[in-house]
Structure formats: structure tokens, C-alpha cells
Design a binder for this molecule. Structure first.
Ligand SMILES: [Zn+2]
Length: 135
């Protein structure tokens, strides 16, 4: 996928038809892939990471950093593309991040860890994004 979807699916059936079972579980059911299992954990390729569900551009490769947490990590998102929601599941208070366009789950955002100058870690499932390499 190199361009955003012109129209978004509206039902689970339509999403299931577009996504693999693993992608559906993560993107549409707020699942989490196993750490170190995703295809983009160590990726250094230049480009832009798009939402795997709708194709929207979410993260620039220049904001990706090595967090040693087992998931792709970005210290910034493309402005306006990622929304934040308080997540009180699993006995923790975390901030879930979703694609602002299609409301699909991406991962969580953590602040104050001092890993980068921006002091922010968007911890994202590889299954939620697709790298569009720079051409
Ligand atoms: Zn999306």
C-alpha cells in the first residue's frame, strides 16, 4: 500500500477482509505482538511508516530510535496523525495510541523516560505499520 485508502471499512467484516488475522487482532482489537517478533524492530531504512490499516502516514524514519524494548519506537509522530487515549487495562494506567484517521490501535506512548531529547517513546506494533521506503 503506498496511498491511503480512499474510503475506510466500517464493519469488522470489511476489516477482516482487508487484514490478516494477526493484523486484525492488533489493529482492531488492541492486541500486542510479542516483543522482538515484529519485522521493524531493528529497521534503519529511510522512509515513512504508514498505518497498515488505512495507509495514512504516521511516523518518519528519522524519529525512530533504538529503545531496546522489543518494539519499533519513535520519539515523535507526524503532527495530527496519532491520537491518544487513556488505557486502564491490565491494572496499569497507560496512554494508548491510535491512528487518528481510522481509529486502529498502534501501541502506547510513554513520556519522561529520557531516552531521547524529545523524552517521548511511541511504542508501536510492527503489525500496525508498513514502511514505505524512500525512493
Ligand atoms: Zn489508519
Amino acid at each position: 500500500m503506498t496511498e491511503p485508502l480512499a474510503s475506510l471499512p466500517t464493519t469488522d467484516e470489511e476489516w477482516r477482509a482487508r487484514l490478516s488475522p494477526d493484523e486484525f487482532r492488533v489493529l482492531r482489537r488492541a492486541g500486542t505482538e510479542a516483543p522482538w517478533s515484529g519485522e521493524y524492530v531493528d529497521t534503519r531504512t529511510e522512509g515513512v511508516y504508514r498505518c497498515r490499516a488505512c495507509g495514512e502516514q504516521l511516523f518518519e524514519s528519522g524519529t525512530k530510535f533504538d529503545s531496546h524494548c522489543g518494539w519499533p519506537s519513535f520519539d515523535d509522530a507526524i503532527p495530527g496523525t496519532v491520537k491518544e487515549i487513556e488505557d486502564r487495562s491490565h491494572g496499569m494506567v497507560r496512554t494508548e495510541i491510535r491512528c487518528a484517521r481510522c481509529d486502529s490501535h498502534l501501541g502506547h506512548v510513554f513520556r519522561g523516560e529520557r531516552m531521547t531529547a524529545k523524552n517521548t517513546r511511541h511504542c508501536v506494533n510492527s503489525l500496525s505499520i508498513r514502511l514505505d521506503p524512500k525512493r
